[in-house]
Design a binder for this molecule. Sequence first.
Ligand code: DQA
Length: 147
Amino acid sequence: MKIMILNGPNLNRLGKREPAIYGYETLEDVHNNLLRVAERYLAELDFRQSNHEGELVDWLHEAADKSYDGVVINPAAYTHTSVALHDAVAGIDVPVIEVHISNVHKREAFRHHSYLAPACLGQIVGLGTYGYELALQTLLQKGESSC
Ligand code: DQA
């Protein structure tokens, strides 16, 4: 099984960026935790991060064209603005789970709406970086049961 892990803008600065909200773990720490989960399933992970909306769109297309088994995405601020990312997720036949480290519903009103969520298999918010692990585990279990 092959899963793409996508992170949107500013998440390259995880660990340094507003640690009171996002914690001190870096994106590399998150990736290492995910690798431990993937090992148990002999799954392959493909980690990507971009500060550019179009690049994230291209990668979602690539996930479909190269037959990935799922995508975990934290679209970061593009969650709340991007019709293009909604359309990219809606237009691919790959299960996508949206993750947010913080509880966006406890924060500013502009973070309460997600353009992507209606096109996703599910959404995990507010569980810290553990949300990525739960999302990955869900996709891997789903992939196993459909083999
Ligand atoms: C975030 C929440 C978004 O509102 C914010 O723009 C981010 C991170 C999260 O993981 O909690 O960059 O997606």
